[in-house]
Write a protein that binds this ligand. Structure first.
Ligand SMILES: *[C@@H]1O[C@H](CO)[C@@H](O)[C@H](O)[C@H]1NC(C)=O
Ligand SMILES: *[C@@H]1O[C@H](CO)[C@@H](O)[C@H](O)[C@H]1NC(C)=O
Ligand SMILES: *[C@@H]1O[C@H](CO)[C@@H](O)[C@H](O)[C@H]1NC(C)=O
Length: 284
C-alpha cells in the first residue's frame, strides 16, 4: 500500500520543517481503484502555531453518572480517552459528519468549526497527531470545507479539495495510526464516495501514545486570535475506537466528555455519550 515514491514531498516541504526533519508522502485512492501519488501542490502548509491551542486551565473534572468524566476546555468539545504508558495507543479511528454551519448571531464572520481524531495532546502535551476537516461559513452564509492533518507542534497541511472533495454534512472517517512514537499513518476517507487520502509520516515529534480524542475545535488562527465558532448542527461520532499495542480496543466508555466554554465561561458545546463507540456533540 505504501509503495509510492516518498521522495516527492520531502524536499519541497522541508521549508516548514527544517528544524525537526518530519517528512511525509501521500496518495489518493478512488473508489474505482485509481491511485494517484500526491505532490506538494496537493497540500497547503500552514506554519506551526506558536502556542498550544488547547487551554487546559479550565479543566474542572466532575464525575457524571459515575462513569463519564466531564472536563471543560476553552477550545475542545467531544471525547478524550486515556491509556497508560504500559498499554500504548497505536490507533484512533472514528467517522463523523463534516461540520454544517450557520452564522452565529452577534459574532463576526467568517466563523468556523473543525472536527478531528487524534492521538495525544491532552495529558501528553508535547505532541499531537491529528487529522480532520474544517468548515468555514462566510458573512453571506455560504460555507466550504476541507480536510487537513497536523503533527503538532509541526505545521498543519490542508489537503486540496481536488485530492479530497469535502462538503458540509458529509460523512468522513479518519484513521490515525502511530506504529511508533515518531511514525504515523493517516487516512481520511470520504465515505459518501469511498474516496480517500493516505499519508505516511516519518520522524514526527515524539508522541507519548497515551491519549486519543474525537473532537470538534474552536481553533486559534496562525499566530492570531481564536476563530469565532459557527452555529453547528449536531455532530455524531461513530465507530469511535482506539487500539493499544496489545490489541485491546478502547471506546468512549470512561472517556472524559469535554465541554467547550467561551470567555464568559458559558458552555457553548457539550458531548453526550450514546454507547461505547458513539457520542454526539451539540450546542446552542
Ligand atoms: C467545578 O465543578 C463544580 C461541580 O460541578 C462546580 O461547583 C464549580 O463551580 C466548578 N468550578 C469552575 C471553576 O467551573
Ligand atoms: C465526497 O465526494 C463527493 C463527490 O466526489 C462530494 O460531492 C462530496 O462532497 C464528498 N464528501 C466528502 C465528505 O468528502
Ligand atoms: C486503520 O489503519 C491501520 C493501519 O493501516 C489499519 O491496520 C486498520 O485496520 C485501520 N482501521 C480501520 C478501522 O480501517
Amino acid at each position: 500500500m505504501w509503495s509510492f515514491g516518498r521522495q516527492l514531498l520531502v524536499g519541497s516541504l522541508a521549508v516548514w520543517s527544517a528544524a525537526a526533519e518530519l517528512s511525509f508522502s501521500a496518495q489518493s485512492v478512488h473508489a474505482d481503484g485509481e491511485v494517484r501519488v500526491l505532490s506538494n501542490t496537493d497540500f497547503n502548509p500552514v506554519p506551526p502555531r506558536q502556542r498550544w491551542q488547547h487551554n487546559a486551565h479550565r479543566h474542572n473534572a466532575t464525575w457524571k453518572e459515575t462513569r463519564d468524566l466531564v472536563s471543560y476546555s476553552g477550545s475542545w468539545c467531544g471525547a478524550s480517552q486515556h491509556s497508560t504508558r504500559a498499554e500504548k495507543i497505536v490507533n484512533a479511528y472514528g467517522s463523523f459528519t463534516t461540520p454544517n454551519l450557520k452564522l452565529r448571531k452577534g459574532l463576526p464572520a467568517p466563523q468556523y468549526a473543525a472536527a478531528w481524531v487524534g492521538i495525544d495532546g491532552a495529558e501528553c502535551k508535547q505532541a499531537l497527531l491529528q487529522a480532520g476537516v474544517t468548515t468555514v461559513v462566510n458573512s453571506n452564509g455560504g460555507q466550504s470545507s476541507w480536510a487537513w492533518w497536523q503533527w503538532f507542534p509541526e505545521a498543519s497541511y490542508e489537503i486540496s479539495t481536488k485530492s479530497l472533495p469535502i462538503k458540509a454534512g458529509d460523512w468522513v472517517s479518519v484513521n490515525v495510526t502511530a506504529q511508533t512514537d515518531t511514525e504515523g499513518l493517516l487516512t481520511v476517507t470520504n465515505l459518501s464516495k469511498g474516496f480517500r487520502v493516505d499519508i505516511e509520516i516519518n520522524r514526527g515529534p515524539r508522541l507519548c501514545r497515551i491519549d486519543s480524542e474525537w473532537l470538534i475545535e474552536q481553533f486559534y488562527e496562525n499566530e492570531g486570535p481564536q476563530v469565532s465558532l459557527g452555529q453547528f448542527d449536531d455532530i455524531w461520532f461513530m465507530d469511535a475506537t482506539s487500539t493499544t499495542e496489545r490489541g485491546k480496543n478502547i471506546g468512549v466508555d470512561g472517556a472524559a466528555m469535554v465541554y467547550l466554554q467561551n470567555d464568559k465561561e458559558e458552555v457553548v458545546c457539550k458531548a453526550e455519550r450514546y454507547d461505547d463507540s458513539t457520542f454526539y456533540v451539540y450546542g446552542p
